[in-house]
Design a protein around this ligand. Structure first.
Ligand code: ADP
Ligand code: ZN
Length: 514
């Protein structure tokens, strides 16, 4: 007889001691129990693991879990064993004898979940071995690794296509936190899933308070956040390894228990630092994007981005490492337009990512940073969800920390008319310099010091004007075109010049004079 959702609920209580499923988990589990393919999209911390672990316990036979990282497998298997569930993994860290023992246990039906990496699963030996058994289903964790459009492409995932051919009777279930529609479609196609049920959970994390602040003195700004969370666990993300090292050293010097984490460290060092963080021997991990996948530390109270991440997907995942225990946590993103340029440079030098999609993702991230609209709303809307609340009560904009310009219409009009007077042939920094009344030679060479808009925003300063131009672009009052990113005034901008429309511009504290 087929196990039911009630059986799964009982297992949840018996083994994990949890009282009930989260809404989407029920549907995902129901689908696994029914034996038909599925793709489940839940944000980091959303509870994907239980979606395949509970049915694995209820269904007869062996569930095979594909997982990209050895450390991740070990943590999950240890966790399951601690709950009294028979689970095992096979990987390169084990001796032949250990592997033989596990194979024996599996043949004897003593194992419910087997964790394995794709490259190992795809060996002829492993496939033959599994074919002799009764596999209840395959669970593909971090399934976005199969898509070159995702942010963590692993070519070895591509081979998983053979599962539907070799095991036609076993369902395949894919799990990911990556919500983009194209990655979703790619997963379904690459795995050859049969009429899969696609479940997408909410990407809102109501217990996270978001703040997005413009970089003035980054290190000081990072320290301020840490000071608000003395003795609590936090993660500081930096764009480059060099910045990671420098920031970690600075924090250490101040007596903060901070450790670096990036791909330039040895495996052993990385493991040590991660362990120290999990065991609370270190308060802060300063890391590049290399840190994260599979880190299950529930009481991270804050995540600071010392630089802008390259996509909202990355931001959602990285900031999502805070507050997995559902308690209030803070996410602070420190950004500047320079970060945008840094990423473009990195993308250009890295041929794998020089596609238009990467640049679009990057620009969406920048828009999120500079637009003074509710952060919770902006994030979930990016993932295609509706957002109900007028005021989330948990972001800098809704908390009134982002001061808005009272006369945004007039300021917007000044900027737009400057763009028109320059014949729509110049970029953002040149325009900002003209409006600020810069004495740079190039401005005189172009004769722009004679424009009526020259210096009309001199009191506001270059930096503020530069931010407003970004905000006007993001809000559709200005367009940016072509290789030189020249500014032009679209229809919405022309309406604004007739006082029809209202941009949201933020008050920008002056940092440096130009
Ligand atoms: P994901 O893999 O989606 O990032 P996890 O599966 O690691 O998320 O789950 C995140 C946390 O939420 C874990 O600590 C897990 O035990 C907890 N959790 C998941 N589902 C439930 C539930 N139904 N009830 C209580 N806690 C849950
Ligand atoms: Zn808000």
């Amino acid at each position: 007889m087929q196990p039911t959702l009630d059986d799964a609920r009982k297992a949840l209580q018996t083994y994990w001691g949890y009282s009930g499923f989260r809404p989407l988990q029920e549907e995902a589990i129901q689908r696994v129990l029914s034996g038909k393919d599925s793709l489940t999209v839940l944000p980091t911390g959303g509870g994907k693991s239980l979606c395949f672990q509970t049915p694995a316990v209820c269904l007869p036979g062996l569930a095979v879990v594909l997982s990209p990282l050895i450390s991740l497998m070990k943590d999950q298997v240890d966790g399951l064993n601690a709950c009294g569930i028979q689970a095992a993994f096979v990987n390169s860290t084990q001796s032949a004898e250990e592997k033989r023992l596990i194979a024996e246990q599996i043949r004897a039906g003593q194992i419910k979940l087997l964790y394995v990496a794709p490259e190992r699963l795809l060996t002829a030996r492993m496939l033959d071995f599994l074919e002799e058994l009764s596999v209840s289903f395959f669970a593909i964790d971090e399934a976005h690794c199969i898509s070159a459009w995702g942010h963590d492409f692993r070519p070895e995932y591509r081979g998983l296509k053979v599962l539907k051919e070799r095991f036609p009777q076993a369902a395949v279930h894919a799990y990911t936190a990556t919500a983009s529609q194209s990655v979703r479609e790619d997963i379904v196609r690459q795995l050859a899933l049969k009429q899969p049920q696609i479940l997408v959970g909410s990407f809102d994390r109501p217990n996270l308070t978001y703040r997005m602040i413009r970089a003035t003195r980054r290190l000081e700004q990072v320290k301020e956040v840490i000071a608000r969370h003395r003795g609590e666990s936090g993660v500081v993300y930096c764009i480059s390894r060099k910045e990671v090292e420098r920031t970690a050293a600075e924090l250490k010097q101040m007596g903060i228990l901070a450790l670096p984490y990036h791909a330039g460290l040895s495996d052993a060092q990385r493991q040590n630092h991660q362990d120290a963080f999990i065991k609370e021997q270190a308060d802060v991990i300063v890391a590049t994007v290399a840190f994260g996948m599979g880190i299950d530390k529930s009481n991270v109270r804050y995540v600071v981005h010392a630089g802008m991440p390259k996509s909202i997907e990355h931001y959602q995942q990285e900031s999502g490492r805070a507050g997995r225990d559902s308690l209030e946590s803070e996410c602070v993103l420190i950004h500047s337009t320079a970060d945008l340029a840094t990423w473009k440079r990195i993308m250009e030098s890295d041929s794998q990512t020089t596609d238009a999609g990467a640049v679009t993702s990057l620009e969406a991230m920048h828009a999120l940073c500079v637009n003074p609209v509710c952060r919770h709303r902006a994030i979930v809307e990016y993932f295609g969800e509706q957002y109900q609340a007028e005021n989330c009560g948990a972001c800098d904009v809704c908390l009134g920390e982002v001061e808005l310009l009272a006369d945004a219409i007039t300021v917007g009009q000044k900027i737009l008319s400057c763009v028109l007077r320059q014949q729509e042939r110049f970029g953002a920094s040149h325009t900002a310099k003209v409006l600020a009344g810069s004495t740079e030679a190039r401005i005189e060479q172009m004769g722009h010091h004679r424009l009526s808009t020259f210096g009309i925003l001199a009191d506001e300063g270059y930096d503020a004007i530069r931010v407003w131009i970004d905000q006007l672009v993001q809000q559709g009052f200005l367009d940016r075109n072509g290789e030189y990113q020249t500014l032009s005034v679209p229809e919405a901008g022309r309406r604004l010049l007739r006082r029809d429309g209202e941009p949201q511009l933020s008050v920008v504290a002056p940092t440096r004079k130009r």
